[in-house]
Design a protein around this ligand. Structure first.
Ligand code: PEP
Length: 250
């Protein structure tokens, strides 16, 4: 039985006070959703601790949006996986397209970040996805396969079991343009097949989330697909009622 997950990536939004209010709203509404759905929130680093204090005991898990590739030391401005774990976070989002695009994150960097994540007992939410021109050129399967082979294939089976995958077509992120449920299912099934090439039957247990303009009005159709195990939500995760309504899509 695969986990059903709805994860909210707040990106560089909310002050600590706003984040606390948002988290309180999510906690207050969570009871409306079937308990088999797991919620994760990923606030900015500045308020991981405050948000953790709000969600503690609610069953909602905490994620960071990124972590350093190194363990510690003279890396001004970086935040280590150890620091993140010490707050009580369970997940780190890695490989988001915004980090690949604006901060030049390569598979090599992501391999190092994966090491840090696992050494500190955290689990990665690893994002893959193609750009518009890549989809239009019919290269989306190749792009996603490479993103998986270069990073996920380097994991041990034990590490793989703790990994969540998020398929996020870059052309759908923050654009209001969602992949159709059939497009999502097609590539999610492809991703599971690629994972199975390396990890065999374990791939059946991997949660593969869809991300890209998911919202209450399209969540149910997406989540109804056999290989769509939830969502990584950007914009709609910053309105408590919408985030919770997405969870009701299962
Ligand atoms: C994201 O950036 O992870 C994302 C899915 O954003 P949005 O839902 O706003 O498209």
């Amino acid at each position: 039985m695969r986990k059903k997950i709805v994860a909210g990536n707040w990106k560089m939004n909310t002050t600590p006070a706003e984040g606390v209010e948002l988290a309180k709203g999510i906690v207050a509404l969570k009871g409306e959703v079937c308990p088999s759905v797991s919620f994760i929130v990923a606030p900015p680093f500045t308020h991981l601790t405050e948000v953790m204090n709000v969600i503690k005991g609610s069953g909602i898990a905490l994620a960071a949006q990124n972590c350093a590739a190194e363990a510690k030391g003279a890396y001004t401005g970086e935040v280590s996986a150890r620091m993140i774990a010490s707050i009580g976070a369970e997940y780190v989002i890695l490989g988001h397209s915004e980090r690949r695009e604006y901060y030049g994150e390569t598979s090599e960097t992501l391999n190092k970040k994966m090491v840090q994540v696992f050494e500190n007992g955290l689990s990665p939410i690893y994002c893959v996805g193609e750009k518009l021109e890549e989809r239009e050129a019919g290269k989306h399967f190749d792009v996603v396969r490479a993103q998986i082979e270069e990073v996920i294939f380097k994991l041990t089976p034990e590490q793989f079991e703790k990994t969540v995958i998020a398929y996020e077509p870059v052309w759908a992120i923050g654009t209001g343009k969602t992949a159709t449920a059939d497009q999502a299912q097609e590539i999610h099934a492809f991703i599971r097949g690629v994972l199975a090439e390396k990890f065999g039957a374990k791939a059946e247990n991997t949660a593969i989330l869809y991300g890209g303009s998911a919202k209450p009005s399209n969540a149910a159709e997406l989540f109804a697909k056999a290989d769509v195990d939830g969502g990584l939500i950007g914009g709609a995760s910053r309105v408590a009622a919408d985030f919770i309504a997405i969870g009701k899509g299962f």
